[in-house]
Design a protein around this ligand. Structure first.
Ligand code: DGL
Length: 275
């Protein structure tokens, strides 16, 4: 079984780690770093882009299932993609339902990208699952870029995350929980807790998504991975040397830059030769 995973950056890895543990498969992770961040792009752009990326995963890798490991892309494009392809899609949306369940009638907050926060999908989720809660929606693209810095370059971003959060109403709010409505944000959980305090419960979707992928694998009768097939990391813009060196640690055995940069002779590079 081959599973395509799409995100603008490293965010999808916060989901992939959980999915890998419960579903043995070959994973093809497609990171659209050429257009990072998605949160500031239009719905039309995100739909067209996801269409291209899904086509590439299908044509080049014959994937059996696509995981849109990005709240922004899911809320803007997953319904559209389901109309375009005969393929199971798993999307990721902010964990409003479990947060509402945990909070009762207490207020809570959702931290996501501009596109997610301003789109109609989130309104529907709040109306359906948290009609009695005061739900504060907060957007940040800067946190997306800080998560990239932390994952790729192991930067200490504590001060910057604090500065961003202090600029939002979050610190003063009485929120009992914070929904991490962007897949990049679980990578900043420690920094967020250090700023907001340990009593605020954080919610993400990784475990729920892993269960959903497993369910679809069984439902569609998709076979398990043959041993020894390396996971592939596809980037849509070149990676620098530090990023290339991190791929093996992140669990990838091959790297492909797509489309191939002019002059580069082969599509595939083995990760071990890069690191
Ligand atoms: N990781 C993505 C999300 O869950 C998008 C981040 C971005 O590119 O803005 O929304």
């Amino acid at each position: 079984m081959r599973i395509g995973v799409i995100d603008s950056g490293v965010g999808g890895l916060s989901i992939l780690n959980a999915v890998r543990e419960s579903v043995p498969a070959q994973y093809i992770y497609c990171m659209d770093n050429q257009y990072l961040p998605y949160g500031t792009k239009s719905e039309l752009f995100i739909r067209q882009r996801l269409l291209q990326l899904t086509r590439h995963l299908l044509e080049q890798y014959k994937v059996d299932l696509v995981l849109i490991a990005c709240n922004t892309a899911t809320t803007q494009a997953v319904d559209y993609l389901r109309q375009q392809f005969e393929l199971p899609f798993v999307g990721v949306v902010p964990a409003i339902k479990p947060a509402a369940h945990y909070c009762g009638i207490q207020p809570f907050a959702v931290l996501a990208t501009q596109a997610t926060v301003n789109g109609p999908y989130i309104e529907q989720l709040v109306a359906e699952f948290a009609p009695k809660n005061d739900v504060q929606l907060i957007a940040s693209s800067e946190l997306v870029l800080l998560a990239e810095q932390k994952v790729w370059y192991r930067c200490d971003v504590t001060t910057e995350v604090r500065r961003v959060l202090l600029d939002t109403p979050l610190v003063q709010s009485k929120a009992a929980a914070l929904v991490l409505g962007c897949t990049h944000f679980p990578f900043l959980a420690d920094e967020i807790r250090a700023c907001l305090g340990q009593s605020v419960r954080l919610f993400d979707t990784a475990e729920a998504i892993a269960r959903r992928v497993k369910q679809l694998q069984l439902q569609f009768g998709l076979s398990q991975q043959e041993d020894g097939v390396a996971d592939v990391f596809v980037s849509t813009a070149a990676l620098d040397l530090i990023q290339q060196g991190r791929l093996a640690e992140l669990g990838f055995g091959q790297h492909q830059c797509w489309p191939n940069p002019a002059g580069a002779e082969q599509v595939y590079s083995s990760v071990s030769s890069l690191s």
